[in-house]
Design a protein around this ligand. Structure first.
Ligand SMILES: CCC/C=C/C(=O)SCCNC(=O)CCNC(=O)[C@H](O)C(C)(C)COP(=O)([O-])OP(=O)([O-])OC[C@H]1O[C@@H](n2cnc3c(N)ncnc32)[C@H](O)[C@@H]1OP(=O)([O-])[O-]
Length: 337
């Protein structure tokens, strides 16, 4: 049976390293910080990220940023939370999340992720994306709970717009996207993998995956629900979401939440082999088909973005919800002790 309680992955007694904002390491600090600021401004101004890189490239005001930034597009990049290894000869990029302790999706993390996704999307040579984690045992712990706890309505709105942007970029991507899930993947981590075309998970019974939002006393929004529904069908989604079920790999495979299980040491080779098969299909035919399957779900969010943000902000800032989040955070701490 899927677990209804807390995920019980091995817990190292590691110190918390909070996700304070840091500028990317291997890129020009000034450029990276400026791009981040521009992206944050785009989020505040409600225009999202789309086309932002193009604007930055052509803008005289951001001339220095754009020249450095655009030149990075020809190289592999490592920023503080994301590493992208793009192999031009195969047309496949491997994006590794590297934000300890648990790759939680903070505003900074999402901003970096969206920058990288937009860069890859703009690069015609990039046809496939494998997304994985460079942390042991955790793919992603989902949305950073501290982004939703004790924050102003304005900040919550900015955060939610970035979550939407990540989902739109991934779910709508023209690239073939494969999630190589090498650890636990609750809530937003599960959503991230669900946006991909194919999911391969390491067959370790300690790892769990699922949309467990109700365990936190919060509700997965309609587009989380739709993404799950489009993958595993109505009945499994209904049970999974209401009960906040977290599935081990075998259970996840059984309901179609993941497509394939492999031993840890075969994860990336299997993902690469699978990618080769998907890339053998002519891009235009595959992309149009993907769009046909996903467009109604994407349109539902794009035509309701502002209302969805307002709903989230109203909901998450309620005293009762803040109390639930506080209890959940306390429980996470106690589990660790
Ligand atoms: C409407 C909204 C929709 C919401 C969607 C969501 O995604 S909601 C998200 C729902 N997500 C969940 O319910 C997942 C909850 N997390 C887990 O179940 C486990 O952390 C794990 C299985 C992912 C990894 O197990 P492990 O034994 O390897 O790691 P560990 O447990 O020892 O944690 C290490 C440190 O990370 C901290 N931290 C952890 N997660 C988060 C987070 N999301 N955020 C922030 N911080 C988080 C944890 O407190 C601890 O901090 P400390 O004490 O060092 O200061």
């Amino acid at each position: 049976m899927p677990r209804r309680g807390w995920p019980t992955a091995n817990k190292p007694n590691r110190r918390r390293r909070r996700l304070l904002s840091t500028a990317p390491k291997n890129v020009t600090t000034f450029a990276a910080a400026s791009v981040k600021m521009a992206l944050r401004a785009a989020l505040r101004n409600k225009c999202g990220f789309s086309g932002l890189l193009t604007q930055l490239s052509s803008s005289g005001h951001h001339g220095r940023v754009s020249s450095v930034f655009v030149s990075q597009m020809r190289n592999n990049t490592t920023s503080s939370k994301i590493n992208v290894d793009f192999n031009k000869s195969t047309g496949v990029a491997v994006l590794s999340m590297q934000s300890p302790p648990v790759n939680s999706l903070s505003l900074d993390f999402l901003t970096e992720l969206c920058i990288n996704l937009e860069k890859l999307d703009m690069d015609k040579a990039c046809r496939g994306l494998i997304i994985t984690s460079s942390l042991p045992k955790v793919f992603s712990a989902g949305l950073d709970i501290l982004e939703m706890y004790g924050k102003s309505p304005e900040r919550c709105g900015e955060f939610w717009r970035a979550v939407q942007e990540m989902w739109l970029k991934m779910y709508n991507s023209n690239m073939v996207t494969i999630a190589a899930i090498n650890g636990s993947s609750p809530a937003g981590g599960c959503l991230l993998s669900l946006t991909c075309d194919y999911r391969i998970m390491v067959d370790n019974p300690r790892y769990t995956i699922g949309l467990n939002e109700t365990l936190l006393g919060i509700v997965a929004p309609f587009w989380f629900k739709d993404t799950m529904l489009n993958t595993v069908g109505h009945r499994h989604t209904e049970m999974a979401l209401e009960l906040g079920l977290l599935y081990n790999p075998a259970e996840a495979l059984k309901i179609g939440l993941v497509d394939q299980l492999v031993p840890q040491d075969q994860l990336l080779t299997t993902a690469t082999e699978t990618m080769t098969k998907w890339l053998a299909i002519p891009d235009h035919a595959r992309q149009i088909t993907k769009s046909m399957m996903r467009k109604p779900t994407v349109d539902k969010l794009t035509s309701n973005r502002e209302a969805d943000i307002q709903n989230f902000v109203n909901f998450i800032t309620k005293d009762s919800i803040q109390k639930s989040l506080h209890m959940y955070l306390e429980m996470l701490k106690k589990r660790k002790a």
